[in-house]
Design a protein around this ligand. Structure first.
Ligand code: F6R
Length: 360
């Protein structure tokens, strides 16, 4: 049941520390500074020269986040909407690994992309929450994210567990491909292990709830970011639309000035996810919207450095740069939850949506 929570969504947001402990359990070896995935013996990814992520919705955003982590480890990776995979028709080498990222393991678009890759002779991997799901059974291999059952239609804890699972996959794959160990391996792996505690701190913070009510009368909510911050901006906007029924949109911070800036007014608060990737450039984008009268809300671990360009700040604890946006995402989950709750929406079962989309 929902226990002391009014909604499964809030329960599942709050379950993230425990879900991540399960995701990480036995997989991060701090002593030897490496990741160990029980499913994959040493050398399992030796031949892989490229990764194609195929996914939908929130899982696609986890793939966009992960793409950057794979690139940082020298692994060419692309993220595709599963429903676009056939149309875009990217060339598939015999050493391309197609990775279906799917919480349920039953999403029709994702299964279809997976089957397409397999049909072309490609190797496949399912990253999923559901043991025994169609994706897990059909793919050559499966990596289980171990987040526990998710009841709320809006995906929350499974996004965090997907990103962390893919982060670990990147490390394992880099090792098999003979990449140099990360210069910051000890600090990164420690930060991964400490992530459940960092999220616990975020969950104890009430700024997202305050901000949700401060901007409740807005015409639209915009979300911007760079790199992993862009992935999380996309996820923040999706969650916001899904459960508040209000318009929300995400932009790569640098793209604002190429068009969307025309929409920015005092009625469109802009949430900036500061991921540590070229933040100075994002400050410039925040100034652009502020000078058009839009309220600017920063998600950051360094509130003092952005006070000049913000009206409000949502602060996160410090962590490794690669994981910062994951903490910001938890704040955006809370923002959407409270914004939807203020509006009295059917948070666990938003209109027109189903937990698992089994038609193409
Ligand atoms: C959003 C949401 C959907 C799913 C998407 C993919 O909150 O839940 O966007 O993420 O339908 O579902 P899975 O991950 O089961 O393939």
């Amino acid at each position: 049941g929902k226990g002391r929570y009014n909604h499964y969504m809030l329960k599942e947001i709050n379950e993230q520390p425990e879900a991540l402990r399960q995701t990480l359990n036995g997989r991060v070896d701090l002593e030897n500074e490496r990741v160990e995935l029980e499913e994959f013996p040493e050398g399992a990814f030796e031949g892989v020269d490229e990764v194609h992520f195929v996914a939908c919705g929130t899982s696609y955003h986890a793939a966009v986040y992960a793409r950057q982590l794979f690139h940082d480890r020298g692994i060419p990776a692309q993220a595709f909407f599963a429903s676009e995979y056939a149309t875009i028709n990217p060339p598939l080498g015999e050493n391309t690994l197609t990775v279906a990222v799917t919480q349920s393991g039953e999403t029709a678009d994702t299964l279809s992309a997976l089957r397409r890759a397999a049909g072309k002779g490609g190797r496949t991997l399912a990253v999923t929450n559901v043991v025994g799901s169609t994706a897990a059974r059909e793919a050559d291999d499966a990596l289980f994210i171990r987040a526990g059952p998710e009841i709320g239609v809006a995906a929350t804890k499974t996004f965090s567990s997907q990103v962390v699972s893919l982060a670990m996959l990147a490390e394992r794959m880099a090792e098999d491909r003979g990449a140099e160990p990360r210069a910051d391996a000890a600090r990164y792996l420690q930060a991964l292990s400490d992530l459940p505690d960092a999220i616990e701190q975020v969950l104890g913070d009430t700024s997202a709830e305050r901000v949700a009510s401060a901007y409740a009368d807005s015409l639209s909510h915009f979300f911007i970011g760079r790199g992993t911050g862009h992935a999380v901006a996309l996820e923040g906007a999706l969650k916001f639309k899904e459960i508040t029924y209000e318009h929300a949109e995400a932009f790569a911070a640098g793209e604002l000035k190429h068009g969307p800036l025309a929409l920015v007014t005092s009625e469109t608060p802009v949430f900036a996810v500061l991921s540590g990737d070229y933040d100075e450039k994002t400050y410039g984008n925040m100034e652009e919207v502020k000078s058009r009268g839009a309220p600017v809300i920063a998600l950051t671990d360094a509130p003092e450095s952005v006070s000049r360009v913000t009206d409000d700040v949502i602060t996160m604890p410090e962590t490794h740069e690669d994981l910062k946006s994951l903490l910001a995402n938890v704040q955006l989950q809370l923002l959407s939850y409270h914004a939807a709750s203020l509006r009295g929406r059917a948070i666990d079962k938003p209109r027109n949506l189903a937990k698992s989309v089994t038609v193409e």
